[in-house]
Design a protein around this ligand. Structure first.
Ligand code: NAD
Length: 458
């Protein structure tokens, strides 16, 4: 745990490292990315153990969602870095002739990253890749709810990267609050809207820009499929996205399904058989992160109005922090399970008369981080894109958009602000400096006083 008195020193060491200018060079940035790749390769087994200890994640899930994705992102940053750092020439209007214009990306300075516990390695290192690629010094605060991964990061980051310019600070909310007392050049916060508000308020003291990676209720519109094969594939993707990503404790997890009443029996049959097939092994699904979150989820189900809507699953094991993959049918729309983000293995299904009604349903809720729709209907797809607002829209799959570097990742409205991944991560932690150079060949004296009416017409 970080001793609060030491934090000031940590921050000033980071600033010294940044002020030394060494983090700006292409060579330094490449060396950090290569170091991170070596860390992920050489310490892979220790990382799997930490993720298993913290969340009961299977190593295959840990590789798919964290280690493997991070290697992809670091490799991509290494490949593209030279291009991203190259100043962009822009056209300058003739009236300014002779002149040239450029946009020069410059590092912001010293960055603070707050990570969440559900993808504790990924949500720490994915933004770190962008921050070092952009030439910054970085403090990383992992979540106290995933202590083994936090310890893993604290023990290894300094061994593989420039330990004076990239530091891991362990601790809970009080350490987070103390960190926010200091001046940063940008803060990226991943977590709840409640803490996001506190971080933003604290950042205002130093006018520090903040990117908020929050969550919300990600809806999934499920239209009728045109064949049994398509139905099975769609359901595989839904079951995978709901329960195989940290047991539904994922910001991009499907929160609830919207389906036409008449299609429900067919969908349920395939859903249940697929859940059985995917999750019959005891270690197939991660566990709930903590007793507090277990209790929160139990309360969502225990609600007197909600309990009768449990259609499948619902069993719980408090000792092992396990909740069976659970389906609910039409819980009351004003119950907590339909107004709060679920962030766990519970899936409400809401039936509608017509699938088109889903658009009004989604619009009535706060803007989600992601919106999913399984549909072959081009008109419905167009309406969804044009008539709803969300961080992203994915058709006929879920969560996979997170792995696509060409697509910016981030929320809108209550689901957050600021986007990263791929080049967007580099941009998140860079300032686009406008650089203009003029010559002395022509001088338009019309721009100067003394003023007269002719100067207005021109
Ligand atoms: P949280 O908001 O309680 O904590 C997140 C981080 O903030 C932790 O590192 C914590 O130590 C720190 N913190 C807590 N209080 C603080 C304070 N007062 N000042 C400074 N730092 C403080 O985490 P949670 O509520 O368990 O996270 C779940 C939420 O995170 C969900 O809403 C989920 O959707 C969201 N989330 C978003 C993303 C994304 O990438 N958009 C990813 C994962 C989770």
């Amino acid at each position: 745990m970080a001793v609060v008195a030491e934090l000031g020193e940590t921050v000033s060491k980071l600033r010294q490292a940044y002020e030394s200018s060494r983090t700006r060079s292409l060579a330094w940035r490449q060396a950090q990315l290569r170091g991170l790749l070596r860390l992920l390769k050489e310490q892979q087994e220790t990382a799997f153990e930490a993720l298993h200890e913290d969340l009961g994640k299977h190593r295959a899930e840990a590789y798919r969602d964290e280690v493997g994705l991070l290697m992809k992102s670091a490799n991509e940053a290494l490949r593209q870095l030279g291009k991203w750092m190259t100043p962009e020439k822009v056209w300058v209007p003739l009236v300014a002739f002779p002149a040239t214009g450029q946009i020069v990306p410059e590092p912001l300075g010293v960055i603070l990253i707050f990570a969440c516990w559900n993808v504790p390695l990924g949500l720490s290192l994915e933004p770190l890749i962008g921050a070092i690629a952009a030439g910054n010094a970085v403090a990383l605060k992992p979540s106290e709810l995933s202590p083994c991964t936090a310890k893993f990061l604290a023990e290894n980051v300094g061994k593989y990267m420039d330990a004076a310019a990239v530091k891991v600070v362990q601790g809970g909310p009080e350490v987070g609050e103390q960190l926010m007392e200091h001046r940063w050049d940008k803060v990226l916060f991943t977590g709840s809207p409640r803490v996001g508000r506190a971080v933003m308020a604290a950042a205002s003291k130093h006018l520090t820009p903040v990117a908020l990676e929050l969550g919300g209720k990600c809806p999934c519109i499920f239209d009728m499929m045109s064949s049994a094969r398509e139905l099975q594939i769609a359901v595989n993707r839904i079951v995978g996205a709901k329960w195989s990503c940290c047991a539904g404790q994922a910001c991009l997890a499907i929160d609830y399904l919207l389906v036409e009443e008449r299609y429900l029996p067919v969908l349920l049959k395939v859903l249940k058989s697929t859940m059985k097939r995917f999750f019959s092994d005891a270690d197939a699904m991660a566990r709930i992160v903590s007793a507090r979150h277990f209790e929160r989820l139990r309360n969502l189900l225990k609600d007197r109005e909600v309990a009768p809507s449990i259609l499948h699953g619902g069993s719980m094991d408090a000792e092992n922090l396990y909740i069976e993959p659970t389906i609910l049918l039409n819980p009351p729309l004003d119950s907590a399970i339909m107004t709060e983000e679920i962030f766990g293995p519970l899936l409400p299904i809401i039936t509608l008369k017509k699938i088109e009604d889903s658009i009004a349903f989604v619009r009535a809720m706060p803007k989600p981080l992601a919106l999913y729709a399984f549909t072959g209907d081009a008109k419905l797809r167009r309406r969804i894109v044009e008539e709803t607002s969300s961080g992203s829209v994915t058709f006929n799959d879920a969560v996979v958009q997170y792995a696509i570097d060409a697509l910016p990742f981030g929320g809108v409205g209550q689901s957050g602000s600021g986007q990263y991944h791929g080049k967007y991560s580099f941009e998140m932690f860079s300032h686009k400096k406008a650089v203009m150079k003029r010559g002395y060949l022509i001088e338009l004296t019309l721009r100067y006083p003394p003023w007269n009416e002719r100067k207005i017409a021109l």
